[in-house]
Design a binder for this molecule. Sequence first.
Ligand code: NAG
Ligand code: NAG
Ligand code: NAG
Ligand code: NAG
Ligand code: NAG
Length: 410
Amino acid sequence: MALESLLMVWILTSSEAFLLRGPAGPLIAQLGGSVLLPCSAETPLPLEELEVEWRRTDSEALVHLFQEGEVRPESQSYDYSGRAHFLTEGFVAGNYSLQLTNVTRADGGVYTCKVFTNLDSNEITAEIKDIERLVVTGTGVASAYVGDEVTLNCSVDSHIPPGELENVTWKKKDQEMLVLVFRYDQIVPVSAHELYRDRADLFTAEIPKGNFSLRLKHVRPEDKGEYVCEAHSGHLSANTIIALQGLGPPPVQILALVLCVIALLLALGLGVPSCIHLVSNVMPRRYPGYVGEEVVLSLDKEDLPGTIVSVTWKKKGQVILAFQDGKVLLASPESSYHGRTEFAGNPDEDEDEDEDGDEDGDGHFSLRLKNVETEDEGEYICEVHTSERSERSVALQVCKCPRYALTFLQ
Ligand SMILES: *[C@@H]1O[C@H](CO)[C@@H](O)[C@H](O)[C@H]1NC(C)=O
Ligand SMILES: *[C@@H]1O[C@H](CO)[C@@H](O)[C@H](O)[C@H]1NC(C)=O
Ligand SMILES: *[C@@H]1O[C@H](CO)[C@@H](O)[C@H](O)[C@H]1NC(C)=O
Ligand SMILES: *[C@@H]1O[C@H](CO)[C@@H](O)[C@H](O)[C@H]1NC(C)=O
Ligand SMILES: *[C@@H]1O[C@H](CO)[C@@H](O)[C@H](O)[C@H]1NC(C)=O
């Protein structure tokens, strides 16, 4: 018995009448791509005696077989069905390399190419060491209310650990605006467009899992649009697009609006002054208006936490006065408010300066509306962003006035 197996070993090793050549080293394949596993004889072998068998060494699964002058797909393992090919004209030239297409993650491993003739046999191994992949997936759509925070889902799956990716960027598609740049394991704050600076962030603790979801705070109506989450590494890149939609006011504010209208009708109908305080961090005030005169809608700055970053006064969604990025924006020339609105104080003045002594609490950001017209009646919304948090204050005042009532949703 022992002698017999010794003899076998001797026969196998000494009878290598043909030499096989395999790959020079481990191979790298791309997920979904194709890879060539080299296996060739120095000199072509007679086809009628030839048998070529490709197998995986771990599972012994048959990857591809050539026997009795033909390819035998029926004996092939299901996992490789339709994905393994010999090269046309390869056999005639002694080239038994295997082309594997639509590479999957499970294709990584060691393969053997065994070649038999009537008298001899030989084998080589080929290893697919790395399956390169960079797959970026998202959820397609996300929606948010103005002022809220929204998460745009983006997951990166790669053979490269998330922290070693060259970069992952978030861009707003229409203006090619950079929202956030993550490069070699760090968020690069300066690269982001100023509109998104301090508002966009990643979930740092989730990054090792490949979760590069964008966390966008204080959502603004102009944030609506398509966002691209894109990952780069070496020659690979992939992206996904997420549409941010539905940037209306939160339902509570819609409800507030409805209640306001009802309250207004009641107040006018019954002639009873009433003040309904809905959602607010600002005390409601009465604002009777008189045609041709001016009115000041006050904003109590002591009720607001932190330093004021921006203030936007709106009527029917239209901006009539704003303070943003250190600049005052006035109503556009097409607006009926053009030239009639201004801040009651100087917004550039130091916040803490209290000695200007306005007893009414008229802050620097109170709205002064000049030359009041009957059309000015209605609800005014003030949006305030502070360094600490964002608030959309909603307060309703309905007051009976001698000539007519201005009602404000502040
Ligand atoms: C390989 O991928 C191509 C393109 O994605 C597809 O058309 C083909 O059906 C796939 N073949 C197999 C065997 O999965
Ligand atoms: C076998 O064929 C493949 C594909 O044509 C080629 O890349 C490879 O170099 C060939 N091998 C040899 C040893 O000729
Ligand atoms: C984001 O992904 C998580 C986990 O896959 C999922 O539960 C959540 O619903 C997704 N969010 C959106 C807005 O699709
Ligand atoms: C990413 O992490 C955040 C925070 O934990 C989570 O809300 C979100 O659903 C995660 N997204 C995915 C795609 O897992
Ligand atoms: C991300 O990496 C790619 C590939 O190196 C590069 O072309 C691109 O400019 C990088 N993007 C940023 C924002 O750094």
